[in-house]
Design a protein. Sequence first.
Length: 142
Amino acid sequence: MRQLLRLIAIIPLPLIGLPGLSAAQDWTQIAAYSAFIGPQDMRNSKGAALRSLGAALQQDRANFHRFGLRDARDESDPVFADRATRARIPAMVEAGGDTRGSFTQMVRAGQPFGVYVFVCGYGRTPSVIYIAGWGEDHSGCY
C-alpha cells in the first residue's frame, strides 16, 4: 500500500513541465470593448433584417473591421478583424446568453442600443461572449 501511495505522489510531478499546462491556458478576458448597435448593424450586407443579438454583433464587427462603418461610440477590438473569427460571434453570444432576451428584442424592433462586450476564453482562443448594456454593472469574464 505504501508503494502505491508513493507512486501516486510521484506521477503528477512530470506533468508540471508540460507545455500545454501553462497559466496561459487559464480562463481569461481576451478583449473588452464598447459597441453601438445602430440601424446599419441590424441588417446584413445584402440588406436583410437580422433577428438575433449574435448576428447584429457580428455585423457590427464586420462593419467596423471590413467596411470601415463605425459609430462614434464603437471601440476597436483585437479579436474580430478576421472573418472566420467573426463568423463564430453568434455561437459565442449564445454560449454567454442574453438571459433577459432584451437585446434580441431590440434588434428585432430595429431599436439602437449600446453594449459592453466581453470576449472570454482559454489562452487566446475566444469561446464565450458576455454582454452588458451601457451603464450596467458587469464583472466581465470573471
